[in-house]
Design a protein around this ligand. Structure first.
Ligand code: WTA
Length: 663
């Protein structure tokens, strides 16, 4: 454990504010799925004592099966196969089943565009019947372009209903998708499209963000110059900005899709058929394509969405997750987990402060949102913008508040509880990862007493623990590795095309257990507290980034010889990005060059990766074996005295110089 983490554990153990689930919460929610701590504990115990029986019952109840499965689990660590022999389809579970059961006219998606004219934004409401028709048309369109079972379609779109339709249309025909966050740059697209070997890209002309147009199609065009394998690009017109169309390759979404038949049944798919790849950051410069398969992923996403937010149809609930679908949160908790629960899911296109800082609260009021799910970094920004913004709106519809993406500091938790939740909404602080597919540790809203800053206890069927390097469970109050000891249905099945990295990253540290890459500790109640990553991954504004990715972006600039990137505490972002850079002989350290490097990183990865602080240095502190001493740099970036042992530092003058440059 680092000193930081030990300090964190001390303050955790001193946190003694406990908030019992408000008594009226269950009533307002129309009944609780899990209504007391005793029933949670009893259900959880049974679920991990007899996991196969538990998951079998869940799978039969929550998924639609064209053909029932024969075996619940086959487990050859690290390879799990769930619900083998069964045939199902993710799009059917989300959409067609609702129509077949007589709910075709109910609203599935409520979408709001960013621009506001005459005080009113554009709003679209799509029913399950609309989704069935549109996913069938897009499915037929994809097939007309030669997409078939198992092909991977890249989706690089803004937050419009068609992005969800595109994902579900792939699932409909048994193709897989790889959604790339619209904030990533052309060169990030190149890496991901190449790795997935996608031939078809679905995109938009642009996307609205804080009143400007993000030119998505232009980035795809730029990327395609290096991607000869891409045969078709389909562009949805959203912003009507100027775009170029390449003959023979490019199609207009509307033209292509509107001429398709709206009849295309869902393809019965093996439980273990690839549903999607989602690229995420790790400790090397190359993002990894996390593999998720059909039945297990859909099951855990929909059961956790139901329990964690207490989703119930026919009770007037409206659920809103503010994430972008380009991240796992959007996949699981805007689309795949929510639609099966038959509660409308809100999608918002743009920024939280456009046209003003009260945009989210005006939306909560307008749509009578009952469950609201966002990131701590957003909550910290709202705090800074001032209480008057939420105070100007009627937030009385809210019933459950959620957070995800990074640890939430107790001040932000308390503000969320008081100002947004009116002290009557349970807060669910959900710990999970791209790799886990769905929630792993979170309060149950009507059962679990909450403590600001703790994600509390595992979800049903999840055997989470804090262990030492040998896999032994540690006593409460001690920091260690967060692991999951039993397989679960939505666990990643691999890293696309990189078996070694899959084993090395998650399964080699403690054989037979999934190592999450986070450090954690438990308190006297047994509640989990996340202490942060143990690898070189940082959570910047809730977005996961590898420091190595930013380093390779920096060294790809002609003037940069070497770069070391570390995280440092940042008021709003949670973690900021600090870059220490050594320059080549012909370069001159200047503010101009800092700006250039800043822009360069934005171009190489995307705006989210731009360093908050760049410092030029004549050398980086290294051990005698040549390893960069990152902990030292972290101390310097945080502006604190280092307690690091520097005896292995190769050249002590480097350290002195770095500190001087600090002044
Ligand atoms: C962090 C996002 C503390 C953690 C769903 C994890 C959290 C990484 C929480 C995964 C939370 C996520 N409390 N830390 N509630 N939720 N994290 O893959 O470090 O983008 O390993 O998935 O975010 O980020 P990812």
């Amino acid at each position: 454990m680092s000193n930081d983490q030990n300090d964190a554990i001390k303050s955790i153990l001193e946190e003694n504010r406990v908030f019992n689930p408000p008594r009226e919460a269950a009533e307002r929610l129309g009944g609780a799925w899990i209504d007391s701590m005793e029933s949670y504990q009893e259900m959880w115990r049974r679920s991990v004592d007899e996991p196969e029986r538990f998951w079998e019952t869940e799978a039969k109840e929550h998924l639609h099966w064209f053909k029932p499965f024969e075996q619940v689990l086959s487990w050859n660590p690290p390879d799990a196969r769930w619900f083998e022999g069964g045939l199902t389809n993710a799009c059917h579970t989300c959409v067609d089943r609702q129509v077949e059961e007589g709910h075709g006219d109910e609203v599935a998606i409520i979408w709001e565009g960013e621009p506001v004219s005459d005080g009113a934004p554009e709003i679209r409401r799509l029913t399950y019947a609309d989704l069935q028709r549109e996913t069938a048309r897009v499915a037929n369109a994809l097939e007309s372009l030669g997409v078939g079972r198992g092909d991977i379609v890249t989706i690089y779109m803004g937050m419009v209903p068609e992005v969800a339709i595109a994902m579900l249309a792939c699932a409909r025909i048994g193709a897989a998708h790889s959604v790339i966050f619209g904030g990533f740059s052309a060169s990030a697209i190149v890496d991901r499209v190449r790795d997935a070997d996608s031939r078809v890209i679905l995109t938009c002309d642009g996307s609205w963000r804080r009143g400007s147009i993000v030119p998505l199609k232009a980035s795809v065009d730029e990327a395609c110059q290096e991607l000869p394998g891409v045969t078709s690009v389909v562009t949805l017109r959203r912003c009507l900005n100027d775009i170029e169309m390449v003959d023979g390759r490019d199609h207009d979404w509307h033209e292509l899709v509107s001429r398709q038949s709206d009849d295309r049944p869902c393809e019965p798919m093996d439980s273990e058929a690839l549903l999607f790849l989602l690229y995420t950051s790790g400790s090397t410069g190359k993002p990894k394509g996390i593999v998720h398969t059909t039945a297990g992923y859909c099951l855990h996403a929909s059961v956790t969405a139901r329990n964690t937010f207490n989703l119930r149809p026919d009770r007037g609930q409206v659920y809103w997750c503010t994430a972008d679908v380009g991240w796992i949160t959007g996949h699981s908790y805007i689309v795949y987990g929510v639609l099966p629960n038959r509660v409308p899911t809100v999608m918002y296109e743009g920024a939280p402060n456009f046209p003003a800082e009260d945009r989210f609260w005006s939306m909560v009021e307008r749509h009578r949102v009952t469950q609201f799910y966002t990131a701590p970094t957003a909550i910290r920004a709202f705090m800074k913008w001032g209480d008057e913004h939420p105070a100007g709106h009627d937030l009385s519809s809210l019933m459950v508040l959620g957070t995800v993406g990074e640890p939430i500091n107790p001040e932000a938790w308390m503000w969320y509880h008081r100002v947004i939740g009116g002290e009557r909404c349970p807060i669910v602080d959900t710990w999970w990862q791209t790799e886990t597919g769905g929630h792993m540790i979170t309060p149950q809203p009507c059962a679990t007493p909450t403590v600001p800053g703790s994600c509390t206890l595992p979800t049903l069927g999840i055997d989470a623990a804090v262990v030492d390097d040998d896999g032994n469970e540690l006593p409460h109050g001690t920091g260690g590795l967060l692991v999951i000891r039993k397989p679960w249905p939505s666990m990643l099945r691999g890293i696309h095309g990189d078996r070694d990295r899959f084993i090395e990253t998650y399964w080699s540290r403690i054989p037979g257990m999934y190592t999450a890459g986070d450090a954690a500790s438990r308190d006297d109640r047994g509640y989990f507290w996340i202490l942060g990553r143990i690898d070189d991954v940082i959570n910047v504004s809730g977005h996961r980034l590898g420091t190595a990715e930013v380093e390779s972006a920096l060294v790809s600039h002609v003037h940069v010889v070497e770069a070391a990137v570390v995280g440092f505490p940042h008021d709003i972002k949670g973690t900021g990005i600090a870059a220490f850079v050594t320059l080549g002989p012909r370069a001159e350290a200047s503010d101009g060059l800092k700006k250039t490097l800043h822009t360069h990183v934005g171009k190489e990865i995307g705006a989210i990766a731009k360093p908050d602080m760049i410092r030029f240095t004549h050398a980086l502190p290294k051990t005698r074996s040549g390893k960069i001493m990152r902990r030292l740099l972290r101390d310097i970036a945080a502006g604190r005295e280092s307690t690091q042992d520097t005896t292995t530092l190769e050249d002590l003058t480097v350290l002195a110089k770095l500190r001087e440059e600090d002044e």
